[in-house]
Design a protein around this ligand. Structure first.
Ligand code: C6P
Length: 404
């Protein structure tokens, strides 16, 4: 893959940090934006800023058309059957909460069970805890083995006719593990449960086909797929979305309001109350087009190469331990170095212009499972290069000398 050509499309990668060229390895937190995404935002505000679905004037029609075009692109990007199955949200967190507050309230009762996994992000733990507390339901957790993989035999034994929902992360943000979601979904369906996939980390790295894997819900965030912050997608099977109660009330989600009764709008507008994030949704389309045009397989090949290279280089550093050695991983390496605090490493790397994330990565139970407060996480994107991994390794050697 011509990474140099691709890199040039990301203006931020030209900047210096602390007098050094920026090495951006915090892509799992948020990815950088190609010029065309930045341009889509400016173009909207410069030429056709208007509220959507309401006005009959030219600007409103142009904005509505661009917003709905983004829905079609998102539909194609994840292989949904219909545009009505795409609900625009603020991000993965809001998508999961939407399902917990609507489908969850309607379908989970006292004594029912929800299964999550030991490697969930807090946003796929807390909404279910809130629901379980409210309803008297029980939260069950699939354990994680020493390699950072799910204990699938235990998972199967947790499933029963009490299981109402299995909500698991597709790709772990802290370990990089790719979970066997088809197997998880098929087993859950056999037990009569629904499945939500947290796609926050998978959407950018993997080919997503929600119909082929047959998940019931899939949530992802725009900002991790080279798009803007503040916009995300919740996919739901049409018959489920149709049968669920509404989430927020307000404009746009209604057909008719009287003081006696409100008739709700059709999908997908039923779940999009108020003026949505029009500009960022339009720019999300530019990001998804960018990924599709670049080619997911090409991106994956390049990222796999970076992962293999980084794993080998990092493993060779004395005292460094990689946390998460699953057979199937995306391009992300989490590690600790003896008993050095990850934050100290992060600060010293930043002094060399290298951006990594340190800490618990919003997965405190997972860190507890490994008996550590946190890790240093280097996560790679399509624009990263082997030379940058070399820079990381050199800086780590310097850092270790200073701290040990
Ligand atoms: N993980 C990370 O550095 P939002 O904040 O709604 O866009 O995404 C939440 C979220 C949910 N699930 C997973 C697996 C995630 O990785 C994230 C976001 C970032 O790992 C920020 S904590």
């Amino acid at each position: 893959m011509a990474t140099l050509d691709l890199r040039q499309q990301f203006p931020i990668l030209n900047r210096m940090v602390k007098g050094k060229p920026l090495v951006y390895f915090d892509n799992a937190a948020t990815a950088q934006k190609p010029q065309r995404v930045i341009d889509a935002l400016t173009h909207y505000y410069t030429h056709y800023n208007a509220n959507i679905h309401r006005g009959i004037h030219t600007l409103a029609e142009e904005a509505t058309a661009a917003y709905e075009a983004a829905r079609h692109t998102a539909q194609e990007f994840i292989g949904a059957a219909a545009p009505e199955e795409i609900i625009f949200t603020r991000g993965t967190t809001e998508g999961i909460n939407l399902v917990a507050y609507t489908w969850g309230r309607q379908n989970v009762g006292a004594g029912d069970e929800i299964i999550i996994s030991g490697m969930e992000h807090h946003s796929n733990i807390v909404p279910w805890q809130i629901l379980c507390e409210e309803k008297g339901a029980i939260l069950k957790v699939i354990p994680v083995n020493d390699n950072g993989e799910l204990a699938m035999d235990v998972y199967r034994s947790l499933l029963s006719n009490k299981t109402k929902l299995v909500s698991v992360v597709h790709v772990s943000n802290s370990l990089g593990t790719v979970n066997p979601v088809k197997e998880i979904i098929d087993a859950a369906h056999r037990a009569g449960a629904r499945v939500l996939l947290d796609g926050a980390q998978s959407a950018v790295h993997m080919d997503i086909d929600v119909q082929a894997i047959n998940c019931d819900f899939f949530a992802f965030s725009g900002h991790k797929v080279y798009g803007p912050t503040g916009v995300g997608v919740l996919y739901g099977k049409k018959e489920l979305l149709e049968s669920m109660p509404v989430f927020q009330g307000g404009g746009e989600m209604i057909k008719e309001v009287t003081f006696e009764k409100t008739i709700y709008n059709d999908l997908p507008y039923k779940y999009e109350a108020g003026t949505p994030n029009i500009a960022d949704t339009i720019a999300l389309k530019a990001a998804l087009d960018f990924i599709s045009e670049t080619g997911k397989q090409q991106i994956r090949d390049h990222e796999n190469e970076l992962l293999a290279y980084a794993t080998a280089q990092l493993q060779a550093i004395p005292g460094l331990t990689i946390i998460g050695n699953a057979k199937e991983k995306v391009s992300l390496v989490s590690f600790i170095i003896k008993d050095i605090h990850p934050q100290d490493v992060g600060v010293l790397l930043d002094n060399q212009g290298i951006a990594v994330r340190t800490g618990h990565h919003c997965t405190q139970p997972l860190m507890a499972r490994f008996g550590i407060p946190g890790t240093i996480r280097a996560s790679f994107a399509l624009y990263n290069q082997k030379e940058e991994i070399d820079a990381l390794v050199t800086s780590l050697h310097k850092t270790i000398k200073m701290l040990l």
